[in-house]
Write a protein that binds this ligand. Structure first.
Ligand code: ADP
Ligand code: MG
Length: 243
């Protein structure tokens, strides 16, 4: 899997939102996008997912042009948007079936990995916000796409639930080999989770800087928080975003 975005530009009518955007995401990478709100991050995901078509530029997946095409990647929106009349199991199963698979073993495995096996037969409204987010997340995994696009998945959670979800995600990614493009407005979250951070400008959006995160990935990274290197990186990113 390799995603390449080259010279991408997009406008809503007369209003330019994305301007000459370039970046690459390679197999297995976790890349975060941080930028001011209203800069066009969600719009970028709509373009990658084929909901909108770019006016200029190319989106290449493994060298193949996918401008305006749907179904190549898994997408998780900020709100879990589960189907209220389906059980948790059926919500996840539907995503799997829509991708042309039937694999009960994978369903069991994902539900167990997310700590949701006990609630498989419940309905979304019976679950807490954090649990609903986890369902949405494994639903994205069940669609069996290499590339997962997550749009501020933890944005609406309280601080404690958010920390739990971050550790859970780090642990899960140790055995689920996926490539992730992750929108967040939390610098700390971006440092905690990513291999690379793309810092984006206000609208029209472009990449200001690409910053590699110099800490080993995984749960151990939590312990690096508050160290000199961590704080220096955090300050550097803050300056870029404010500047
Ligand atoms: N369907 C639309 N029509 C016109 N303008 C839109 C539409 N969707 C979003 N916008 C505008 O485009 C800009 C980028 O929005 P968005 O991609 O949601 O930003 P972000 O996700 O970075 O906060 C915003 O100014 C927003 O108001
Ligand atoms: Mg957004």
């Amino acid at each position: 899997m390799k995603l390449e975005v080259t010279g991408l530009s997009f406008a809503y009518g007369q209003r330019p939102v994305i301007d000459d955007l370039h970046f690459v995401v390679r197999q297995g990478e976790f890349v975060s996008l941080i930028g001011p709100s209203g800069s066009g991050k969600s719009t970028l995901f709509y373009l990658l997912g084929g909901l909108h078509c770019p006016q200029v530029g190319e989106i290449l997946l493994d060298g193949q042009r996918i401008n305006g095409e749907r179904g190549h990647l898994a997408y998780m929106p900020q709100q879990p948007s589960l189907m209220p009349w389906r059980t948790i199991l059926d919500n996840v199963r539907l995503a799997q079936e829509l991708s042309g698979h039937k694999d009960p073993t994978q369903l069991t495995h994902l539900l167990r990995g997310a700590g949701l096996a006990e609630v498989a037969d419940r309905y979304p409204h019976e679950l807490s916000g954090g649990m609903q987010q986890r369902v949405a997340f494994i639903r994205a995994l069940a669609s069996n796409r290499d590339l997962l696009c997550l749009d501020e998945p933890f944005g609406s959670l309280d601080a404690l639930t958010r920390t739990r979800m971050q550790t859970w995600l780090l642990r899960l990614l140790e055995h689920e080999k996926r490539t992730i493009l992750f929108i967040t407005h939390s610098i700390e979250e971006a440092i905690l989770l990513s291999d690379r951070i793309l810092v984006l400008s206000a609208s029209p959006m472009k990449v200001i800087r690409e910053v590699p995160v110099p800490f080993a990935r995984g749960q151990a990274r939590y312990e690096r928080r508050g160290t000199k290197e961590w704080l220096a990186l955090q300050r550097e990113l803050e300056t870029m975003l404010l500047g």
